[in-house]
Design a protein around this ligand. Structure first.
Ligand SMILES: CCCCCCCCCC(=O)SCCNC(=O)CCNC(=O)[C@H](O)C(C)(C)COP(=O)(O)OP(=O)(O)OC[C@H]1O[C@@H](n2cnc3c(N)ncnc32)[C@H](O)[C@@H]1OP(=O)(O)O
Length: 176
């Protein structure tokens, strides 16, 4: 599924996560409002999307290598952003439009760990939409350390249902 080459990382326009609605911007992986989170940022890059993140020492599995759960989180949040952007564009928007980007949730997350992922270097996740439905997108994402492909994910994203829209109770649970 080709994506328009609009504001790619070279342009450093807004990230997809910068444009999620405030109520949906608390995710540990990518929520801009979560003070303890990873603050992942995903940008369009031609037909793909890209997220770059350098794990911290506490993200280790064994000394020198990254914990697999963190790798799954990178693929998860990156793929949700990729799906959200595809649905936004399908509705005629471009990143940077005033309308917020719709929020997807993870229906399914499959990760293949292909090689040990080294700590101490930036990791790059690249993703593309391989199937786009009315409320659903299937995204394939690959995680690289330098030129080395370390993990691959296939993720099913579904538009957040109204039942997940945070209400007053959700607001009370928010930090700070
Ligand atoms: C409180 C505020 C929350 C704010 C959202 C921020 C989320 C941040 C990102 C996350 O961390 S999400 C956390 C982990 N994910 C979840 O907690 C989601 C829990 N699951 C659900 O809420 C529902 O199962 C889900 C919304 C994913 C789907 O239920 P629906 O009833 O809306 O979907 P439906 O059954 O109509 O299926 C829609 C499409 O998705 C497909 N689908 C659903 N579940 C699937 C699955 N598990 N595997 C593969 N495909 C799946 C389904 O086949 C169908 O495909 P088609 O359109 O092609 O027919």
């Amino acid at each position: 599924m080709p994506m328009e080459p609009d504001a790619g990382p070279a342009h450093r326009g807004p990230a997809v996560q910068d444009r999620y609605p405030d109520d949906f911007a608390w995710c540990y992986g990518c929520g801009r409002h979560n003070p303890a989170g990873l603050h992942l940022k995903t940008y369009p890059d031609g037909d793909e999307t890209v997220t770059v993140f350098e794990p911290r020492p506490e993200h280790m599995a064994v000394p020198g290598f990254v914990y697999g759960g963190l790798i799954a989180s990178l693929i998860d949040c990156h793929s949700m952003a990729t799906a959200s952007l595809a649905l936004y564009r399908r509705d005629g928007h471009r990143l940077g439009d005033p309308e917020p980007v719709p929020r997807c949730v993870t229906a399914s997350l499959k990760v293949d760990y292909l090689r040990p992922t080294p700590l101490g270097v930036p990791l790059t996740v690249r993703g593309r939409v391989v199937e786009l439905g009315q409320r659903k997108a299937v995204v394939e994402s690959e995680l690289y350390a330098g030129e080395t492909l370390c993990a691959r994910g296939q993720v099913v994203a579904v538009l957040a249902p109204p039942a997940m829209t945070p209400g007053p109770a959700g607001a009370e649970r928010r930090p700070g």
